[in-house]
Write a protein that binds this ligand. Structure first.
Ligand code: CAA
Length: 428
């Protein structure tokens, strides 16, 4: 029985938890911007910071999941990174590369949970990093287009904005207007003002967005994911392993102030992963777009079902917003807005946040999302996870939404090609 009920008792921080509870116990991220560093360097820095925030060392990891980069791709990215940082060669270490595009960090989180539960890993890092802002635009577009170009050439370059644009125009008239799409970018720019690392330093007006350079028929520059370099990592571990690790630390610490040198997540007992779901769609939109190409609904339903929760039980949402239409569809798929009401919901929020507003007025993407925080290719869903951790542990500073008990994070890959959703909670 003892073996089955250990929590963070050593800190007296939480009620005992079953040994099978899997938690995010730490995270780390680099600066964002045009950093002129390789993706590998950014991944390594983020990983080191994530380890530091847990008090763990590289030798304590026995699992690593990596998401590949566009700027510095490697055959078997996770094996490459694990070898670079000295995690391999070593016995009983499992590493895995996951490529579900921008959904990768959430897919990686769910894979890490499986590795702890089913493969008995004790601590698994999930790492992503990219340097797409340091790539010349022509080089970036050549690589990005190659991944998503349809064989019939229906998708002109830049393929990704054009692919989302086709979906945006299909969605217009169904549940969103052109102005409501532009309002999403305004909303994200308002949210970004409260995060010190966000790239967008002043809020956009609706006019700024609608008059910014046209990239596709219904998509302007300020409605494109904001290209950036950056790295981010999380550590996933079983509660019993962390209890043992932190308990030992408490005993061996001279001043007993262990929690002071840990990040907020480890110090508060970790963030519990309650459930997750994934689903897939085509690599590029079909000639006749219909609901069958979208997968966020199915992924969210699986996550809610595993967590045995409903949308109303969630206090904070991290929704993928590479383009406004992705955000609007996510609002509906995750149950924030009723089906067909996503655009109206955005407009209401646009009005509500026009003057001074509280984080609780708009508890979604409090960091600013891909449109305004920054978007290093497949990394940004990791920022959703990290922001969720900060919200759940009361560490979000001026962005803090009061009493966040549960959070939902959504990552989207390609052009609606993969959806991964996870539901996280603070330990009880
Ligand atoms: N908000 C504020 N500023 C923005 C912005 C935004 N959303 N987007 C771009 N800008 C800024 C840039 O920072 C840049 O500012 P500086 O001149 O001060 O550096 C300026 O606007 C011009 O932008 P670019 O340098 O990027 O302009 P460009 O002409 O070289 O390229 C573009 C234009 C082709 C549209 C390019 O910006 C682009 O492709 N953007 C979209 C990136 C993208 O699609 N990412 C993937 C999203 S899909 C996804 O995330 C899923 C997945 O699986 C990866």
């Amino acid at each position: 029985c003892d073996r089955h009920f250990f929590g963070f008792g050593a800190f007296g921080l939480a009620m005992p938890q079953p040994v099978s509870t899997v938690r995010i116990v730490g995270y780390g991220m680099t600066a964002l911007g045009k950093l002129r560093r390789s993706a590998t360097e950014l991944m390594q820095e983020a990983l080191q910071k994530a380890l530091q925030s847990t008090g763990l060392q590289m030798k304590d990891l026995d699992g690593l999941v990596a998401v590949p980069s566009l700027s510095h791709p490697h055959f078997m990215e996770a094996h490459f990174l694990a070898t670079q940082v000295g995690l391999l060669p070593r016995q009983n270490v499992r590493v895995r590369t996951i490529d579900t595009g921008g959904a990768g960090p959430v897919s990686g989180l769910l894979e890490a949970v499986r590795m702890v539960k089913a493969e008995r890993c004790q601590a698994v890092a999930v790492v992503a990093g990219d340097a797409v802002s340091s790539l010349a635009t022509a080089d970036f577009l050549a690589r990005a287009d190659q991944g998503c170009r349809d064989p019939q050439g229906l998708l002109p370059s830049p393929c990704i904005p054009n692919g989302y644009d086709q979906v945006a125009r299909w969605q217009m008239g169904r549940s969103v207007s052109r102005e409501q799409l532009a309002m999403v970018s305004v909303l994200m720019s308002r949210q970004a003002q409260r995060h010190p690392l966000a790239l967008t330093k002043r809020p956009h007006s609706l006019e700024d967005v609608l008059s910014s350079r046209s990239i596709a028929p219904a998509t302007n520059l300020l409605e494109c994911a904001r290209r950036a370099d950056g790295g981010a990592a999380i550590i996933v571990a079983s509660s019993s392993f962390m209890d043992h690790h932190l308990g030992h630390d408490v005993v061996s610490s001279k001043d007993g102030a262990v929690s002071e040198r840990l990040g907020p997540v480890a110090a508060s007992g970790g963030v519990v992963v309650l459930g997750g779901g994934e689903a897939s769609g085509p690599l590029f939109p079909p000639r006749d777009i219909d609901e069958a190409m979208f997968s966020c609904e199915a992924a969210a339903q699986s996550a809610f079902s595993e967590a045995q929760l409903l949308p109303g039980d969630v206090d904070w949402f991290g929704l993928y917003d590479c383009y406004p239409v992705c955000f609007v569809r996510a609002l509906e798929a995750c149950g924030v807005a009723a089906k067909g009401q996503g655009g109206q919901w955005v407009e209401q929020m646009f009005k509500r946040t026009q003057s001074e507003y509280q984080p609780a007025d708009f508890p979604i993407n409090t960091h600013g999302g891909l449109l305004a925080f920054g978007a290093p290719w497949e990394v940004p869903a990791m920022y959703n996870i990290i922001e969720a951790c900060e919200q759940l542990t009361g560490a979000a500073g001026p962005r803090q939404v009061p009493r966040v008990r549960r959070a939902l994070v959504y990552g989207n890959g390609g052009i609606f090609s993969h959806s991964s959703v996870a539901i996280l909670a603070k330990p009880v």
